[in-house]
Design a protein around this ligand. Structure first.
Ligand code: NZQ
Ligand code: ZN
Length: 387
């Protein structure tokens, strides 16, 4: 087992109606709040109105219109400006992972005198960030329990995972009822995203029985409860299980003591959504089985066999190679069965920029150090296989 140094400072407040605690929570941080949200779903659901009602004694400044795959310009820059101009005490992010990720970059940028891109691009280390409280409305990214935010810069086709312990939300509110209105497309993308977070941490060199069991249980729960959410969007228990599983995805708890993964599918997908602005979970679902097939060899086979038997229910009595290949087929079939388009062409990506993307990924994502190392040719092949 590898050494580790681990701390998650985020307070999770989970369950039906927990928003009632919002005034007491916000009071710890101050009265000037930057309320961040996306394209309006929170108004349709009624959370926006509820937040306003609960925080009547606070001064609320708003940043709306944060898009999926949140953009540095204008959203991060506008948010930083609003915080500085208004001396904001705390950010309240209400929405999906994109709203929260954008808010994390704003929180750091607001406490920095230079260009916030210096921080996101790791040129300068942040010394301070505003506290963040969030009400997460979409189960997928796990941003509510981790210290990363993924920010896109359109003009350079960059989509960077900006990670810093300062960016852990102070408090995350998770009410599964708020996810009842998430569309089938976004629900399926959320299942695929959280499954891939788990897979990225499962396919590593050095693991423990404990972590393997945790990951296998996560994957089974996501598949089973994810399907139930799609069949009946108002199934509280299924939405709750899915929400909690997603929350564990990216904060490292699934891989304490494991060797590093390199997160290859994320490295590849981030370029797809940077170049084509596609839905993150869909990109991952398309890439994952192709990546699996590409890295399957004698060395990686035992992991695929374990995954096949314990997660995908493949018979242990078959030859190892058959188990591994069936596990990969089952992964593809599951994503297809929940309605995800499983070819890049179906999400508007053709071969025209594959060489450029493969180069961009090889240069920026460091996948030569992944569990199964990927060079530019490997990445190009995975992209071609995904067309
Ligand atoms: O903008 P609004 O109107 O709010 O609509 C959103 C958006 O259109 C909608 N939505 C959210 N909650 C809803 C809802 N619609 C109805 N009912 C609700 N309750 O869903 C759409 C997608 O929202 P978005 O926030 O983009 O989705 P998600 O949570 O999947 O976030 C995706 C982003 O997170 C990044 C991805 O790369 C992508 O940019 N990631 C962040 C990670 C992290 N911080 O740890 C890790 C992930 O691997 C991922 O990379
Ligand atoms: Zn992800």
């Amino acid at each position: 087992m590898q050494n580790f140094d681990y701390q998650t400072p985020t307070r999770l407040i989970f369950g039906k109606g927990v928003i009632a605690k919002l005034p007491e929570v916000m009071a710890q941080f101050g009265k000037k709040i930057l309320l961040t949200y996306g394209g309006g779903s929170i108004k349709k659901i009624g959370i926006y109105q509820k937040v306003k009602e609960l925080l009547t004694d606070c001064e609320i400044i708003e940043l709306s219109g944060i898009q999926p795959n949140p953009k540095y310009d204008p959203s991060v820059l506008d948010g930083v400006k609003l915080c500085k101009e208004n001396n904001v005490d705390v950010i309240l992010a209400v929405g999906g992972g994109s709203v929260l990720d954008c808010s994390k970059a704003i929180a750091a940028g607001a406490c920095y005198d230079g260009d916030p891109w210096d921080l996101i691009s790791y040129k300068v280390k942040a010394q301070k960030a505003l506290p963040i409280v969030d009400i997460i409305t979409l189960a997928a990214t796990g941003s509510e329990y981790d210290c990363g935010g993924v920010i896109s810069r359109t003009e350079t086709n960059d989509k960077i995972g900006y990670v810093d312990p300062l960016l852990f939300p102070a408090v995350s509110f998770l009410d599964p009822e708020y996810t009842f209105t998430v569309s089938k497309k976004q629900t399926a993308a959320g299942i695929a995203d959280a499954m891939n977070h788990t897979i990225e941490q499962y396919f590593v060199e050095d693991t423990t029985l404990l972590n393997d069991g945790f990951c296998e249980s996560m994957l089974r729960s996501l598949m089973q409860n994810g399907r139930l959410c799609l069949d009946n969007p108002n199934d509280y228990t299924a939405r709750a299980e899915m929400m909690l599983a997603c929350t564990y995805g990216c904060n490292g708890i699934l891989s304490l003591g494991n060797s590093m993964s390199g997160w290859p599918c994320h490295g590849i997908e981030h370029a797809l959504s940077a170049y084509y602005d596609i839905t993150h979970g869909e990109g991952l679902a398309i890439i994952t089985p192709r990546w699996m097939r590409h890295i399957l060899n004698e060395k990686t086979m035992p992991r695929f066999v374990k995954y096949g038997i314990n997660v995908m229910g493949v018979s242990p009595n078959l030859p190892l190679e058959v188990i591994a290949n069936r596990a990969i087929d089952a992964t593809y079939d599951f994503f297809k069965s929940i309605g995800i388009p499983m070819h890049l062409r179906e999400v508007g990506i053709d071969e025209s920029r594959i060489d450029e993307m493969a180069h961009h990924i090889a240069v920026n994502e460091g996948l030569e150090n992944a569990y199964a190392p990927l060079n530019e040719d490997d990445i190009r092949q995975i992209l071609i296989d995904s067309l």
